[in-house]
Design a protein around this ligand. Sequence first.
Ligand code: PGA
Length: 251
Amino acid sequence: MRKPLVAGNWKMNKTVEQARSLVEELLPGLQKVESVERVLCPPFTSLMPVSAMLMGSGIGVGAQDMHWEASGAYTGEISPQMVKELCQYVIIGHSERRTYFGETDESVHKKVLAALAVQLTPIVCVGETLNENKANRTAEVVGRQVVDGLKGIQPELFPRVVIAYEPVWAIGTGLAATSEDAVNVVRNIIRPALAGLYGPDTAQAVRVLYGGSVTSANAAEFFGDEIDGALVGGASLKPGEFVKIVEAAVR
Ligand code: PGA
């Protein structure tokens, strides 16, 4: 039985003071839903105060990206060890990183290996663009992202990986995928690609989330046999909304 997981990706929002207020508003509601793994991913500058506030709460903290190298001359970057000091999770390969900052399947792969090496849980994002979707290339693109991003991992470490299927056209647009389409991608593309890499049992053990315009109004439609939770952007900045999405993930 896979434990549901809902993560809030705050993206480039909230100063330290604003992050503190948001956590204060979120905590009472989030703490009640223990059967769901709950994760907050604030910007780097707020990881320290947010992780201090969440200590002992049962709610996890994640970074939104990191470098794969342990240390060195990489101006502006954060290492896996630095993330590990404050976080249990790290988002890797978000489509905004892929689109605006040159993230590739190759860099995703290096980051996933680096995250697992320091016992972080990587939340690895995959998803096709609108043009790819229209050209019926979803299977090819998502399949390639899964295989190239997640190959060559020690099989015993692999079940810690979390995958987020986020169709790029659904992110921040208010136009979520239909649950039927999302379930189809997870069932017919993502899990078979994982099975090809690590066998059917591992493919079934891995948690796969949906992301892209998830709200409290549509969240419940996604959660079920194939989809184990959500990676939430915009709605994760609204305390009432985010708590309701987490509640919808209870099995
Ligand atoms: P959204 O973002 O919920 O605002 O669409 C999702 C994401 O980028 O992870």
